[in-house]
Write a protein that binds this ligand. Sequence first.
Ligand code: KG4
Ligand code: ZN
Length: 338
Amino acid sequence: MRVLGIESSCDETGVAIYDSEQGLMAEELYSQVALHARYGGVVPELASRDHIRKVLPLVDKVLRAAGPREAAAPVDAVAYTAGPGLVGALLVGATVAQSLAAGWQVPAMGVHHMEGHLLSPMLAADRPSFPLVALLVSGGHTLLVDVQAHGHYRVLGQSLDDAVGEAFDKTAKLMGLPYPGGPQLAKLAEEGDSARYNFPRPMLKKPGHDFSFSGLKTSVLLTWQSSDQLPQTRADIAASFQEAVVDTLTTKVKRALQSTGHTTVMVAGGVGANTRLREALAGMCDDIGANVYFPPMRLCTDNGAMIAYAGWLRLQRDGLHADYYAPVRARWSLEALT
Ligand code: KG4
Ligand code: ZN
């Protein structure tokens, strides 16, 4: 079985082919970062137009890379991100996927973007097994999920305001770092002293697994405004902010492991690329005898491989004749999946 995956929920056009025997056969990714940089954030209409320009050339590239095949169609199904995300951007991937699938007479499969992220650690050589706790940390979501099995997700906690990636991006922006801020802030933090500022660890005193990052963001803003704003101060604020976020996420993951009784945690989404977060989670898991898994670095942020893989898992479970249609939607709960 071979699945073509198309991701277009935000500002990356990702296309890949996953094959049951050969694994990932081809991957292509086009990032629109340069296009949106001058606006300091993603402009939805520009994102949709750029997906239109890029998606078919990338499909062509992955099909060529995968090579010819002795079958009526080059793939057995076409998976596309149906949501959550920017509706105009999603429509581009969904329309192209549905058209290709109709032409090849294979199923078009609507995939949940966060399920794609959630399953991406399974694409690494060392893969976790269910049940487990998943920490999904991206620009749009901060979710702690109890994963009993593939398709069985219970959201334990989520952010009540900003997503963690969004908090990284906004904090970076207020200190004048170029877009996209998250990775820039993380890089700057390497030169900073994380103990110089003791920023709040939000929601740690409250029971439950929810998060909130707006108070932390305000605290950083006030500190920045009243500081000398010299390069070392900026690095120290970056490091102290990152440490507060990492500490909060690590503590909440530990609590989620304790309350579910699971001994495995898997991390996914753009912020999963943060090396300090990886280090802190690995240390905490080591202390309590749990195991932690991450996707390969390049698959932390949005990509087509996770969509092809999530589509392939459903195809394997439900067969070629199941109804995989899903309309595009800006909001879509992971718990609605089965
Ligand atoms: O998963 P993703 O590519 O897109 C969404 O679905 O949102 O995540 C992007 C987010 C951005 O907010 C970006 O700043 C953040 O992930 N990010 C990072 C790092 N790399 C990406 N945040 C902190 N440290 C990083 N190394
Ligand atoms: Zn994402």
